[in-house]
Design a binder for this molecule. Structure first.
Ligand code: CAA
Length: 380
């Protein structure tokens, strides 16, 4: 793996950094406090070419590689992880799902508006009783000849309201268990789709999260993606890649908190010296810096594997697991280093700590990543 970024990758990183530092930081505290959706910022992401950044230019995307993608997510997450999760779900689940499993007609109709940022994508797998145990899908899709009828409820859906193209997993043949699950492209405005209230979350407060209810929703037959019965494998494959994006997000959150803690430790004085001169603080910073660096290597490696068309399932699980644990550790220490200031909103580290928590939960909990990793190493 080459540790020297190309000119293009550096440019993308700089552009994401400028956008995050100059635009996201200005209102992130207000959006966090009030749970305001970052509508203007999402439009800017489209202008910058970050929505659909890895999609082939043939379909209106940016044709960028996964290293560029993780660099962008990392920079944005340092400042505002809510914006990063919208971007990550849109790119690595929504766009990637249709690009890699859809046919050309589906790509023309649904991928193109996603790739240009005209529309936002969402991924609907989790259900009230199927979170980690994703094979237990209860949402049904009954084959009616030229269309399917969908019924059921999906939970914790990022971009459920502002997204307009859903990728939905539903059971067509319950007797076949996970082999009866199919994946469908569903337009958000179809009759029979309703949303639960906006979830009042601990962190990621300005991302749009709802449950989604399907009541006799008529989905055209041509909107099924992939082979019949391939829905569960498609979902698993998408999550393999999705976890690289969430790992990059966790890395960015950790870095954001580490950088703030380092700056603070160099300025704040106690007992007659800057607190970085106290070993209790400098050792904390040494641990934080080391873990951030280790997480960075895992994240870049998994993106590099994907770019090089090599297997990346185990590595993306490792990256997601380690980066999420690191984000929680580093943000907690950053609050501690800030003392009382860390506990108030204006210093940002308490927000970063709240944002870190969900990286241990969504797109597969840390415990699920341990399952994926342990099964992979057992079969090596
Ligand atoms: N690629 C392709 N196929 C895969 C696969 C992969 N990565 N992983 C599993 N499969 C296949 C298996 O080969 C198996 O197929 P066969 O029956 O044909 O052999 C089938 O899928 C079932 O696999 P398992 O027997 O391994 O299934 P399991 O029930 O033991 O569990 C699991 C698998 C890894 C625990 C899985 O359920 C899982 O990943 N759970 C977590 C779900 C998750 O991450 N949810 C996140 C929701 S999305 C989200 O958070 C988005 C957001 O908005 C932020």
């Amino acid at each position: 793996m080459d540790y020297k970024f190309t000119e293009e990758q550096e440019m993308i990183r700089q552009s994401a950094r400028d956008f995050a530092q100059r635009e996201l930081l200005t209102d992130v505290l207000e959006r966090d406090a009030k749970g305001i959706y970052p509508a203007q910022h999402i439009l800017r992401l489209a202008e910058l070419g970050f929505l659909g950044m890895t999609v082939d230019p043939l379909w209106g995307g940016g044709g960028m590689d996964n290293i560029s993608y993780v660099l962008a997510i990392e920079e944005i997450s340092k400042c505002d992880a809510s914006v990063a999760v919208i971007l990550a779900v849109h790119n690595s689940l929504g766009c990637y799902g249709i690009e890699h499993f859809g046919n050309d007609t589906q790509k023309e109709k649904y991928l193109r508006p996603l790739a240009t940022g005209e529309k936002i994508g969402a991924f609907l797998l989790s259900e009230p009783e199927a979170g980690s145990d994703a094979t237990m899908q209860r949402t049904t899709a009954v084959d009616m000849g030229d269309h399917y009828i969908l019924n059921g409820t999906k939970n914790w859906i990022t971009s459920a309201d502002k997204g307009s193209i859903y990728l939905v997993m539903a059971q067509t043949s319950p007797e076949l268990k996970h082999k009866g699950i199919n994946a469908f492209i569903v337009e958000r405005n179809l009759p029979g789709i309703s949303l639960g209230p906006h979830e009042d979350k601990m962190g990621m407060r300005s991302s749009d999260t709802h449950s989604v209810m399907f009541t006799d929703v008529r989905v055209p037959k041509e909107n099924r993606i992939g082979e019949h019965g391939a829905g569960f494998k498609i979902a698993m494959k998408l999550l393999e890649g999705g976890r690289i994006g969430i790992a990059a997000q966790a890395l960015g959150i950790a870095e954001g908190a580490y950088e703030r803690a380092l700056r603070y430790a160099k300025e704040r004085k106690s007992f007659g010296t800057e607190i970085i001169n106290h070993q209790a603080i400098s050792f904390k910073l040494a641990n934080m810096a080391t873990r951030v660096e280790a997480a960075r290597h895992l994240v870049y490696k998994s993106a590099w594997l994907k770019d090089n068309h090599l297997p990346y399932g185990k590595e993306s699980a490792m990256a997601k697991y380690y980066a999420a644990e690191t984000a929680m550790y580093v943000t907690t220490e950053a609050v501690q280093i800030h003392g009382g200031y860390g506990y108030v909103k204006e210093y940002h580290v308490e927000r970063l700590m709240r944002e870190a928590k969900v990286t241990q939960i969504y797109e597969g909990t840390s415990e699920i990543q341990q399952i994926v990793i342990s099964r992979a190493i057992a079969s090596e």
